[in-house]
Design a binder for this molecule. Sequence first.
Ligand SMILES: [Zn+2]
Length: 439
Amino acid sequence: MEIIAIGGYNEFGRNMTEVKVGGESVILDMGIKLDRVLIHEDTDLSAMDSAELVKRGIFPDDRFVQGNVKAIVISHGHLDHLGAVTKLADKYNVPIYGTPYTVELIKSEKKYNRGFKGGERVCAVHPGEIIEVSKNIRIELVHVTHSILQASFIVVHTPDGVLVYANDFKFDDNPGLGEKTDYNRLMELGQEGVKCLIIESTRVMEEERTPSEEIAKKLLDDTISRCDEDAGLIVTTFSSHLPRIKSILDTAQLVGRTPVLLGRSMAKYSGIGEKLGLFKLPKATSVYGTPKAVRGVLKNIDSEGRENYLIIATGHQGEHDAILSRISNRDFDYHVRKDDQIAFSANVIPNPQNVANRYVLETKLRIQGARMIKGLHVSGHAAREDHRYLLRVLNPENIIPCHGDLLMLSSYTELAESMGYELNKDIFLIRNGQKVEIR
Ligand SMILES: [Zn+2]
């Protein structure tokens, strides 16, 4: 079994891995690097070919792929795991697998390539199903909790043993929306034997167990219920995080404000969730996706009394084209007033680009008199103690950390060493373009 690091091993983003067995291979994830997208904000990414997107560091460099690819499997619906599919996948001309929610997101992801032909090759895999991909490769998706619905571990069954690709998860026993992690299946896999674990390392340096979504809900309820009743209230969060959106909708009901969801991506993620019956908007809640609809409803809110509404909007990272940034730029007939409250149900993703954008956003809002309320958030990624637990359950023979810079990967290595693994013997640090052969 060979594992080839294509993207996401030098950085946070553009995840892509190839697993090769008996001359056949499967690709796991095809993501983009979001902060590189922001740097090139003025360019039309859909007009660029994939070589240009690779050169700009937005796409993983798939020239490292060794070939004879039999399938592409996507772990979950975040853009750093599926954002490159519509432009990179067509050339392989193979089935693309994911959970039903992930599959619908792939079909809707047209930003980089409106001519995506793989729509009919995208197939939904349900829990418990094992898909025969080729002579040597069968794949399975095991449900895990994360900050998006229907996230999964990809399990690759091969004659050389079982590989588990655990790229993005947390262990949340009160996720609010969606199921708990399928612990039983993970325990079975551990008992049957796991040859290799590829594992995200984003928060391994945090010495804690990542708190449940239930804690975020309590933070929201406790804070929002004590906000000024006669002022405006905007809550911004990840549009893909439907469990969080549900928590915010519940909070709106608690404080007696009418919730309004604004932004194209809010409409996309909640619309697909509703279509699949995974998510239900409360009665009298509306989603406004198009610029015209957003403009119209903000005008109404301004004239009817902002204190009656709880606006849920995109823009917590200060993205230029998001609703909150545009409100701060006075693009709409809804201007921030003194003592309006802007609540952040998301942390700043710590790269200089986001930090700078967020600084600009907050400064503009403050100048107009708004007050910031931060920290109404819990992470979607496993922390050190969650990782320790997973290692005990799966007891893998070999480990390859991914989804992080060298600091994160090496911190994971230290954790594994403390549990008896040895660098270059059964835990391997690799960089984009490198490979490991597991015997
Ligand atoms: Zn993710």
